[in-house]
Design a protein around this ligand. Structure first.
Ligand SMILES: Cc1cc2nc3c(=O)[nH]c(=O)nc-3n(C[C@H](O)[C@H](O)[C@H](O)COP(=O)(O)OP(=O)(O)OC[C@H]3O[C@@H](n4cnc5c(N)ncnc54)[C@H](O)[C@@H]3O)c2cc1C
Length: 319
């Protein structure tokens, strides 16, 4: 890790998920010796999942952590430096940019923001223990594994309705569990879900525990009705969270343009702006700028694009 007196870096990459690591592979192969800050979740979201079946090149699927480990090896082989560091603050008004990492300060000519968007979880110990074993926050990724099963979707907004409707393609029955009486979902999405024959609703209901930790396989949910105080078990074999995502971009507030939910606004996927004017040397990739697709392959794709833009930018600077 660099210190205040260290030479200015050409490229720092914030995040070690598949967008950050793909950017690192490209930047390292361009001889930019990128520094990758791994953050609170080294390897990103794929490091907490099990089988990934939709990443091209793995006909039998690949374990998320193995895919990430291979990306890390590929990046370091070409000279990327990985650091188990968490960026605490950033000053993009300075040139070169100034990054504070605990007590260390790093200066860099370019920054790739690849800090992802963390799924919101219920944060129950049993839920956390079963992520990848029947608990998921990604219907597109894991819907196929729910084929023929009875499942639950947690949430009451549009993302929960959308997930539930998508999952009816696979699951035999979908129960939407909403903590309150009313739904935040738009009328049209709610109507679609209500009129679907495979979807049922539970209102005023909290999940107290996900059952199946010992077996490492979800077998049901322990539920509590907030109105009647009734407790019971719902037999399901999968639980999907549909309560949204939290983009990891708070530290950039006031420095770059974020949308109303805190995602980085980009042009052509990777160009970052401040007050509508494109910034030079700062790029974003992956889930931090993509609320629509949120896939490993799209994150990797934009990671590649960001690194190629860094290369061009540094070339223009005469580096
Ligand atoms: C359970 C689960 C299963 C999934 N399964 C699939 C699947 O099968 N197929 C698929 O295509 N997609 C899947 N996804 C989605 C996929 O994982 C994401 O789209 C992808 O990981 C996004 O990559 P990313 O690099 O943009 O961000 P992330 O993977 O979220 O990585 C963000 C990185 O930023 C770092 N970071 C954040 N803040 C800081 C900071 N201040 N300082 C330093 N570092 C920081 C974090 O530590 C992390 O390393 C799944 C997601 C989940 C949660």
């Amino acid at each position: 890790m660099s210190s205040t007196s260290s030479p200015v870096r050409d490229c720092v990459i914030l995040g070690s998920g598949c967008s950050g690591l793909t950017a690192a592979i490209y930047a390292a192969r361009a001889n930019l010796k990128p520094l990758v800050l791994e953050g609170h979740e080294p390897g990103g979201q794929l490091s907490i999942t099990t089988l990934v079946e939709n990443f091209p090149g793995w006909p039998e699927g690949v374990q998320g952590p193995e895919l990430i480990e291979n990306m890390k090896k590929q990046a370091t082989r070409f000279g990327a430096e990985l650091s188990m560091a968490h960026l605490t603050s950033v000053d993009l008004m300075k040139s070169p940019f100034e990054l504070t990492i605990g007590r260390e300060v790093v200066h860099t000519r370019s920054l790739i923001i690849a800090s992802g968007a963390s799924a919101r979880w219920l944060n129950l110990p049993s839920e956390q223990a079963l992520i990848g074993y029947g608990v998921s926050s990604c219907a597109t990724c894991d819907g196929f594994f729910a084929s023929g099963k009875e499942i639950a979707v947690i949430g009451g907004g549009d993302s929960a309705m959308e997930e539930a409707l998508f999952l009816t393609r696979f699951a035999s029955k979908v129960t939407i569990i909403n903590r309150s009486e009313n739904f935040r979902a738009s009328r049209i999405m709610l109507e679609r879900a209500v009129s679907h024959p495979q979807i049922e609703f539970l209102h005023n209901t909290l999940v107290e525990e996900v059952l199946g930790v010992e077996e490492k396989d979800v077998r049901g949910l322990k539920l509590f009705n907030r109105k009647t105080h009734e407790r019971w078990e719902l037999p399901v074999q999968f639980m999907f969270l549909g309560i949204g995502h939290e983009p990891n971009a708070t530290m950039f507030k006031d420095q770059i343009d974020l949308d109303a939910d805190g995602y980085v606004k980009t042009e052509h996927n990777v160009f970052v702006s401040r007050q509508g004017v494109q910034m030079h040397g700062v790029y974003a990739c992956g889930d931090i700028q993509d609320r629509r697709y949120r896939q490993a392959i799209t994150a990797a794709g934009t990671g590649c694009m960001a690194a190629l833009e860094v290369e061009k930018y540094l070339e223009e600077l005469g580096r």
